[in-house]
Write a protein that binds this ligand. Structure first.
Ligand code: EPZ
Length: 422
């Protein structure tokens, strides 16, 4: 099991290219199931989660070719032979549930393993299932699988009102509705850029969709969708993560491909903490305004609010800020597992339920720490970049799920970082 060794090395400056969004690619790939014509995705990120989704789609009989060093994915599902998504793949990645809607919409039946929980929470899929039932699906939950059927082989358009915002449930419902008979309206839909990207790709495939990016999406079902080529949107979470490098270490970093619309609330929070974010024609240039970062309070919310996927990384910054910050995690029930690891590095954090109170210290101290989930892993690397001495982050397989070539990207800015095999 690999670890990453980081040595605090003062201010870091340089340019970091931002990849395509993992969480967009993971919903764009299953969209191939909606059509018998080829779907080509460009600007794809090179991540282990993408390899897992590739494996899952291939297990269903889809063809997925990874071209140009993984930057291009050529998908085709003209010969789906199997409508069952097995537990042994689904348990590795919860986004596997996103094959359910498309498969049910195209074939009229699907069997998909329930994903089970993960480190950050129980993460049920009840909203996904309720949305598909509203479209006429008959669901039978047994032996850990969802056995889904569309009476008469086709879903029907419906009004789906989500009790609270769910990214995945919105994505499953949106994909299913494109082939349903009639009109569907998704109310209280998620507004994340990944949803907008999916809608744009589906529209290229012939879907009739309006309102993506607002809380209400209207879909006019069609009989079939055709192939398309679509670039994966820039990864706003990778972008926000690397924006924190100059914030926590000092120096100036330009995040290539970054745009302010992807990280509005996050950039505002950085500004309030004393970090400037400037849009250039290449991306987002980030640097401290003057001296030490100041404490700020953070509450995670669905887009366009502060992203839960940047909460762990922001906490690392606030561990070294002047003053006391309060972070409220409103999306997941157990997303502070990075806190005890940061405390091993000298951070002062008080966690009560969904609230973490962070009192900044002058400097963290390097220490051996353990990654517990994807975003916690990179939070520890950020802390290690700024800490005095060496930090060894273990279980970095979490990191490889969502960040490509981290060492390379950070070394280009002067970081002392290397991967060590245990
Ligand atoms: C997506 O997960 C992302 N994953 C997550 O990113 C992200 O943290 C999350 O959205 C919120 O932005 C992908 O896109 C692959 P939700 P998702 O449905 O769709 C509860 C990362 O680090 N809920 O918006 O699973 C759920 O438990 C990952 O890249 C239900 O109760 O998130 C959570 O508390 C982590 N029932 C809240 O809603 C449901 O049917 C929001 O979940 C669905 C969700």
């Amino acid at each position: 099991m690999d670890s990453i060794l980081v040595k605090g090395n003062g201010a870091l400056s340089g340019a970091i290219p931002i990849a395509g969004a993992k969480n967009a690619c993971l919903t764009l790939m299953p969209a191939t199931l909606l059509s018998d014509e080829p779907l080509t995705l460009t600007n794809a990120p090179r991540l282990s989660d993408i390899a897992t989704m590739t494996q899952l789609l291939q297990s269903l009989g889809a063809e997925v070719a990874s071209l140009q060093d993984g930057l291009v994915l050529a998908l085709s599902s003209h010969s789906i032979t199997n409508q069952k998504a097995d537990y042994d793949i689904v348990r590795k990645m919860r986004a596997s549930i996103l094959v359910l809607g498309p498969m049910l919409a195209r074939y009229g039946h699907a069997v998909v393993s329930l994903p089970g929980g993960c480190a950050i929470g129980a993460r049920p899929v009840d909203l996904h299932l309720k949305a598909l039932e509203a479209m006429g699906a008959e669901l039978d939950l047994r032996d850990g699988y969802v056995h889904a059927k569309a009476p008469g082989g086709r879903l029907k358009g419906a009004v789906v009102e989500f009790p609270f915002v769910s990214v995945g449930a919105t994505e499953n419902a949106l994909m299913a509705a494109t082939l349903a008979k009639g009109t569907s309206v998704l109310k209280n839909a998620a507004r994340e850029p990944e949803i907008v990207d999916l809608a744009r790709c589906l529209r290229k495939m012939g879907a009739r969709i309006e309102g993506e990016g607002t809380g209400e999406i209207v879909i006019e079902g069609t009989d079939r969708l055709h192939g398309a080529t679509h670039p994966v949107v820039t990864d706003r979470i990778e972008l926000g993560t690397y924006m924190l490098v100059p914030a926590i270490c000092g120096g100036e970093v330009e995040c290539l491909g970054g745009t302010l619309d992807l990280v509005g609330a996050f950039a505002e929070k950085l500004d309030a903490a004393g970090v400037s974010v400037t849009q250039t024609n290449r991306g987002l240039k980030v640097a401290r305004k003057n001296g030490r970062v100041q404490a700020v309070n953070v509450t995670t919310e669905p887009f366009p609010g502060f992203p839960t996927d940047l909460q762990a990384q922001m906490m690392a910054l606030l561990c070294t800020a002047e003053g006391t910050s309060v972070l409220e995690e409103k999306i997941f029930e157990n997303r502070f597992m990075h806190a005890p690891e940061l405390m091993r590095m000298g951070a002062r954090i008080d966690v009560h339920g969904g609230t973490a109170t962070v009192t900044g210290v002058d400097r963290l101290k390097g220490a051996p720490v353990m990654a517990t989930d994807l975003r916690a892993s990179v939070s520890l690397i950020l802390a290690g970049l700024a800490a005095e001495g060496e930090t060894l982050v273990s279980r970095v397989y979490h990191l490889d799920r969502g960040y490509e070539r981290v060492e390379e990207k950070l070394r280009a800015c002067g970081a002392q970082i290397e991967r060590v095999s245990a």
